[in-house]
Design a binder for this molecule. Structure first.
Ligand code: COA
Length: 273
């Protein structure tokens, strides 16, 4: 599939996905939403075949993402209620498709991640931000609200920070974004790519099925009582222990060698790495 607003580069098992609408600071309209949703479906398929093991999400130009396209949203006044609802569901489905990717999604944030842009950061597993980047759930400043992104943002930043930041719509620096769990590493601009690459290399040393299982486990366990979680966690580890990948990883450690999935990845040093 060809995309008008996404740029894609594959390097080995790493997919570099770039939002590519820099003239409007990578704001997303209905077409970008459709493209990201289609890309996520294709990547799920590629991940099943191990063609993709890690994705890095970036924004072209000087801004990661300015959120929903305000021009597009202002035109929705001409839509019927049914069309508006369909549009809103499509946006939720896009965030959900990105959130549930079976491979790690690393966000590389420079400039700003505002509104739905902060929502994109929230659906990333790991976010590396330029120390000068600004974040914000700015929707209320426009008289709207952070609705589609709220399940993902709340899961990352919790209710207390959401009550302040959703209601004020204020912009906040990367350091604050890290404090509230939206960002994991804050670095000078010159170290953005090298920090992302460190995470990529680290992820490539772990079992791809184990990563997918660990990622799926988090939403399954989150919010459940210990008693409810126990059968889920027991089934999860029991399955991994006897899996081909789990057996290979355990044997590789005991035999003091790299597991099969890590052999082709630069920087891996097996169990001592
Ligand atoms: N939707 C549509 N167009 C947008 C946009 C958005 N969310 N954000 C920026 N743009 C457009 C601007 O209208 C401008 O268009 P123009 O060149 O035709 O005037 C262009 O992108 C560049 O924007 P500008 O503000 O000049 O760029 P900047 O680099 O100085 O600042 C931002 C970048 C992201 C900080 C700033 O554009 C901004 O605050 N955008 C709004 C973000 C927001 O509140 N998003 C929530 C949406 S729900």
């Amino acid at each position: 599939m060809t995309y008008a607003f996404l740029a894609i580069r594959r390097e080995g098992p790493v997919e570099y996905l770039t939002l590519n609408r820099p003239d409007v600071r990578n704001a997303f309209n209905d077409q970008v939403i459709a493209e990201l949703t289609a890309w996520a479906a294709a990547t799920r398929e590629a991940a099943a075949h191990r063609d993709v093991r890690v994705v890095v999400l970036s924004g072209a130009g000087k801004t990661f993402c300015a959120g929903a396209d305000v021009t597009w949203m202002s035109k929705t006044v001409e839509f019927t209620e049914e069309e508006n609802l369909r549009d809103a569901v499509a946006m939720s489905q896009m965030f959900n498709a990105l959130d549930a990717l079976p491979v790690p999604l690393i966000g590389r944030v420079q400039g700003a991640a505002l509104g739905g842009g902060a929502g994109l950061a929230a659906v990333c597993d790991i976010v590396v931000a330029d120390e000068s980047a600004l974040f914000g759930f700015t929707e209320v400043k426009l008289g709207i609200l952070p609705a589609a992104i709220s399940p993902f943002a709340l899961a990352k930043i919790g209710r207390s920070a959401a009550r302040e930041l959703f209601l004020t719509g204020s912009r906040f620096p990367a350091a604050r974004a890290r404090e509230i769990g939206l960002v994991h590493a804050v670095v000078p601009a010159a170290e953005l790519d090298s920090t992302v690459e460190r995470y990529v290399r680290e992820l490539l040393t772990a079992g791809p099925e184990a990563i997918a299982a660990a990622k799926a486990l988090i939403p399954q366990v989150w919010g459940r009582s210990l008693l409810e979680a126990m059968p889920i966690t027991a089934a999860a580890i029991a399955g991994r222990r006897v899996s081909t990948e789990g057996q290979e990883g355990l044997r590789a450690f005991l035999q003091k060698r790299s597991p099969s999935w890590a052999k082709d990845t630069a920087g891996n040093k097996g169990h001592k790495g």
